[in-house]
Design a protein around this ligand. Structure first.
Ligand code: MN
Length: 363
């Protein structure tokens, strides 16, 4: 069977385990978030916060191995995994770097962001010969710090910044406090890329069904994020600013866009600000999303006209398609018209990043 090549709108880097000691003064590195395994529990300490995830013991070793395939630890070996899996370009989110959104200390957030971005520039952008697009990290606690780092990152060749779908409680995405960052992203041509399950403890509920309940729960703030950006006028005021909500699937986008449009029309007495276009038109123009396995993503593109849908491998995470990416791509796309397959696997990625990536044909 011919290989289906695809670009990935959602993948992850695995940072060196001593990254913070490589890039930060010891005084700060000693206080960075750390994750340890104790018995059946994986525990992350972030300042005074403690996040605990229980892993059933017979599968604990398997879980750790699945999460850390050797290929994900170094760019050169990663590219071999990608060639074998049929993935060409990748948008690469952090792993440990995600906790920059949880540290609650502006100095720590600023310095972790700078250190991570310096590492990703050298070890990922420069080493990947243009195939990997890491999302730079910026502080979510200080907009001035975030703008300065966005501009520095743009100069270093980054095309995206990672942002958490759950921002600090007093800095929601419809707040004016973010305005300078949206302006700076628009001006620099940088894509704010919101990854689901970030900025909060991913274990929200315990008990029967917890794993599935929490997994669904991680995607819900992605819906809130895009609603905030559309309803508050941020995207309307910046018609060239595109955003990505990664890993949360995309078949819900038309339904949520309809709901926003219904509110905008039926509750017009209460609506402020007014927008120059209907919410649905703004979503379809500027909001991109990514999915791994969702069968319903494809008819959403074919029949509902939403064309900003990216497939993503989520490499190397267990939610993703590694090491069975070709099997997943064939199951998803074998019976799908070529134009739709191309849009989802190649063209939406190119359009979002302003690149012209043409993966190799066949094997
Ligand atoms: Mn992901």
């Amino acid at each position: 069977m011919a290989k289906i090549w695809a670009n990935s709108g959602d993948s992850h880097l695995l940072e060196p385990e001593d990254l913070w000691y490589q890039v930060l003064p010891k005084r700060l590195a000693d206080r960075t978030p750390r994750t340890v395994t104790e018995g059946n529990e994986q525990i992350t300490y972030i300042g005074d916060q403690v996040m605990t995830r229980t892993i059933p013991s017979p599968r604990r070793q398997q879980w750790n191995e699945l999460f850390r395939p050797p290929g994900a630890l170094k760019t050169e070996t990663r590219l071999k995994d990608l060639d074998e899996q049929g993935v060409f370009g990748e948008i690469c989110f952090p792993s440990a770097g995600f906790f920059t959104s949880n540290v609650e200390d502006p100095e720590m957030a600023r310095e972790m962001s700078r250190g991570w971005n310096d590492w990703a520039k050298a070890d990922v952008i420069d080493a990947s010969k243009g195939r990997l697009f890491p999302s730079a990290i910026v502080s979510v606690y200080d907009t001035g710090d975030a703008v300065a780092e966005l501009q520095r990152a743009a100069g270093m060749g980054f095309k995206l910044i990672y942002m958490p779908t759950t921002p600090p409680a007093d800095r929601q995405y419809n707040d004016e406090v973010w305005a300078p960052l949206w302006d700076a992203a628009d001006e620099a041509g940088i894509v704010p890329a919101f990854h689901i399950g970030t900025g909060l403890n991913p274990v929200q509920f315990r008990g029967a069904g917890g794993a599935v309940i929490n997994y669904v729960e991680t995607a819900l703030p992605g819906i809130r994020t895009l609603t905030m950006l559309v309803a508050s006028g941020v995207l309307d005021q910046h018609p060239d600013l595109n955003v990505l909500v990664a890993e949360g699937g995309g078949s819900w986008i038309p339904a949520m866009a309809d709901r926003m449009t219904e509110a905008y029309r039926q509750h017009s007495l209460f609506v402020r600000p007014t927008l120059s276009k209907l919410p649905k038109e703004i979503v379809y123009r500027q909001v991109y999303t990514s999915f791994q396995h969702d069968e319903s993503a494809i008819p959403t593109v074919m029949h509902l006209g939403y064309e900003n849908m990216l497939w993503g491998s989520d490499y190397p995470h267990v939610e993703g398609t590694f090491p069975e990416t070709q099997k997943v791509l064939h199951e998803l796309f074998d019976d799908v018209p070529e134009a739709t397959r191309r849009l989802i696997t190649i063209d939406a990625f190119n359009r979002l990043l302003g690149v012209d990536f043409e993966p190799p044909a066949g094997d």
